[in-house]
Design a protein around this ligand. Structure first.
Ligand SMILES: [Fe+2]
Ligand SMILES: [Fe+2]
Length: 188
């Protein structure tokens, strides 16, 4: 029997079962918003892309040293479709998994994951602390400061944008717009 597609409600409940910190939940919501934005843009399944964004870091809070592997284990245990598991795990390509992003959905996830962190961090150091008036060029400026949000792997974002064949500034602009749509939930 083919497993049925998980709903957003199921994905959110699972996320909250394994993640208790605001940081983890907000990151999941940010990546979900970006995934939905690009699903819409490409005429793809918004629920599916959003669900994968929500649960991509499912294991990270509890099992950081087994990141990606535990997510696969948990989702398999819950009967999730293999396609969803593969896509979630592909965000850690070269870092915690050897699953290369191949579909547009996987490439967007790979490129946007770290970028949401840099966008959020850049918004926070500005006077308004808000996403509302954040521009891509502010993010680009912070890009070059290696000490700023040092945990954000710029190389991964560049690699992801190249895989998608998109220009970085334009991609940043879209990620900001997507995150703006859920600014209240993200605390911005
Ligand atoms: Fe991750
Ligand atoms: Fe992530």
């Amino acid at each position: 029997m083919t497993p049925t597609a998980p709903t957003r409600e199921e994905a959110l409940a699972l996320l909250k079962e394994f993640n208790k910190t605001d940081r983890a939940i907000r990151h999941a919501l940010a990546v979900e918003a970006v995934m939905k934005h690009f699903a819409r843009k490409h005429g793809e399944n918004e629920v599916k892309w959003g669900v994968i964004g929500l649960i991509h870091d499912l294991d990270y809070e509890q099992f950081p040293s087994e990141h990606c592997k535990k997510t696969a284990e948990i989702l398999r245990g819950r009967g999730w479709p293999e396609e969803y598991i593969r896509s979630a795990v592909s965000h850690g390509w070269g870092l915690c998994s050897d699953v290369e992003p191949t579909s547009t959905m996987e490439k967007v996830l790979f490129a946007a994951d770290e970028l949401t962190g840099l966008v959020a961090a850049t918004a926070l150091v500005r006077p308004s602390k808000s996403l509302a008036d954040l521009e891509a060029r502010s993010v680009k400026k912070k890009w070059k400061e290696k000490g700023f949000a040092a945990g954000v792997n710029r190389a991964v974002i560049e690699k992801g944008a190249a895989m998608l064949g998109v220009e970085l500034a334009a991609f940043i602009e879209e990620v900001i717009a997507a995150m703006r749509s859920v600014a209240a939930e993200l605390g911005h």
